[in-house]
Design a protein around this ligand. Structure first.
Ligand SMILES: *[C@@H]1O[C@H](CO)[C@@H](O)[C@H](O)[C@H]1NC(C)=O
Length: 473
């Protein structure tokens, strides 16, 4: 949780940010949704909603850059073709807010990658893939708002295509933006599991303030799921939003202007009750005295409380189970049952791979790892596999972690419609790669040795997945 003193200065920072919103020419926004597939409906609904919020704040359309796969609105699974909803709605049919209407997407489809995101935010317009061609062109007096929504893990977040965005590369891009004077202040809202791991090196005076949906070791949550995913009497069949994202956007929507934004983090922190909203970096933009600030009361009306929240890691299983239980007719039941079995089998297969990986890593080192035992006041041997799988080491060797994470994405089997070896569920094992890297000296392994082990297990799993018969209903 945030210390009160941090909240005070954070709020001052946001006040200034809010005030600047009226000076439209100086604000820029980049919004990215990092997933595809109908079970990830919520990320693109969040992204289009964020686009609408930026317009409403007065950011001119040509200063907003939006990238997302754009496969949801027109998906055959969408009960409202060409529309996206970010909130349940049961009032007058037809009056629900379609956030897809007027949502102008600059880059869509298979070109939406981490590499493109980095190019856009650093203003590098060379060799861009087809799209609007827009990149961030902000200058040293400008304020930049970045918003990323998707799956994340210890040390990286995903994009719908291509490899993950590693913390090391994101940090380098932010540094480059600073060096090339692309902002006066930069505010980054990030929704992803373990997103608190993405900003470890922001300077307290770097004019970059990052707000994350969760801390470095927990999931972020989807919301408006299951029976709460209903619009005009029809269930969408996927969660409509993410808890942190709808919290800040609905806070904006109630439209109390600067004052609302000033207390936004407070209110968002309160409403995001399943994970810990965290802030990183520069919370000390002190041009606005804290004393000037009247902190708004944290009052959340019942109808604003997020309904039906589900741990992001479990959303495919939750959704498949819900859809199976509610499917009508034999044929629909069969399809839903088959989908549910697939999700379960994929999860088990992923768990098996990473457990085998722990076994291989610990081979010959079963008795090497020791931990201080406070009661015995001595070092005690710990089970290597157990430690590698379940400890929460802090990432220091990011070169090692980046190499292992990349090995998983390029060689592990792509499950559940993912574009590489990582998916929303198995990304929780990114922490295990951190543990492997942090123990590698004790385990007497070079980075290359660990890469060989990761690739070995991933390739074996990919071959097994190819050989496995399809599930027959
Ligand atoms: C811009 O992107 C191109 C193509 O990916 C790359 O070769 C170049 O180094 C980048 N320029 C800068 C200044 O980073």
């Amino acid at each position: 949780m945030l210390a009160p003193k941090i909240i005070g200065s954070l709020v001052a920072a946001l006040l200034q940010f809010a005030a600047a919103a009226h000076d439209a020419a100086s604000i820029w926004a980049v919004i990215a949704a990092g997933s595809k597939g109908f079970y990830n409906y919520r990320h693109q609904a969040d992204a289009c909603h964020a686009y609408q919020v930026m317009l409403k704040r007065g950011v001119p359309a040509d200063h907003i850059i939006l990238m997302m796969q754009d496969d949801i609105a027109r998906s055959g699974q969408n009960p409202f073709p060409g529309k996206l909803f970010n909130k349940p709605h049961n009032a007058t049919p037809g009056s629900a807010v379609d956030v897809y209407a007027g949502c102008k997407i600059d880059y869509s489809g298979d070109i939406v990658t981490a590499d493109l995101f980095l190019k856009v935010i650093t203003g590098n317009a060379s060799a861009l893939p087809p799209g609007s061609g827009k990149v961030l062109k902000s200058g040293k007096n400008d304020r930049v708002f970045l918003n990323f929504i998707d799956h994340g893990a210890a040390g990286f977040v995903m994009f719908p295509n291509g490899p993950e965005l590693h913390v090391q590369d994101l940090h380098a891009a932010l540094q480059k933006m600073q060096e090339t004077q692309m902002f006066n202040e930069l505010l980054f809202y990030m929704e992803a599991c373990e997103s608190g791991s993405m900003f470890p090196n922001l300077k307290v005076d770097g004019k970059v303030l990052a707000v994350t949906a969760s801390n470095a070791q927990e999931s972020s949550w989807g919301t408006y799921c299951g029976e709460d995913a209903i619009v005009d009497g029809r269930n969408i069949g996927s969660c409509l939003g993410d808890l942190f994202s709808v919290a800040w956007m609905e806070d904006d929507d109630i439209g109390t202007g600067g004052e609302t934004i000033s207390g936004q983090i407070d209110r968002v922190t309160t409403r995001t009750d399943k994970s810990h909203v965290c802030t990183f970096g520069d919370v000390s933009f002190k041009t606005e005295p804290v004393a000037d600030f009247k902190r708004s009361e944290v009052v959340i009306r019942d109808e604003e409380k997020a309904l039906g929240s589900v741990d992001s890691r479990d959303i495919p299983l939750f959704t498949a189970t819900y859809n199976y239980e509610h499917a009508k007719g034999t044929e629909a039941k069969d399809v839903a049952w088959s989908r549910l079995q697939e999700v379960k089998t994929d999860r088990e297969a992923d768990e098996a791979v990473f457990h085998l990986l722990a076994t291989s890593t610990c081979k010959g080192n079963e008795r090497t790892l020791k931990r201080w035992d406070f009661t015995k006041r001595d070092f005690e041997e710990v089970d290597c596999e157990e430690a590698i799988i379940s400890e929460k080491r802090q990432m220091k060797d990011s070169d090692c972690h980046k190499a292992l994470a990349r090995a998983v994405s390029t060689t592990c089997p792509a499950r559940g419609g993912a574009s590489g070896g990582w998916n929303g569920y198995n990304m929780k094992y990114s922490q295990m790669l951190v543990n492997m890297c942090e123990e590698r000296l004790v385990l007497k392994k070079e980075i290359a040795d660990l890469e060989v082990i990761v690739r070995g297990e991933c390739i074996a799993a990919s071959q097994a997945a190819l050989a496995a018969p399809d599930i027959v209903v």
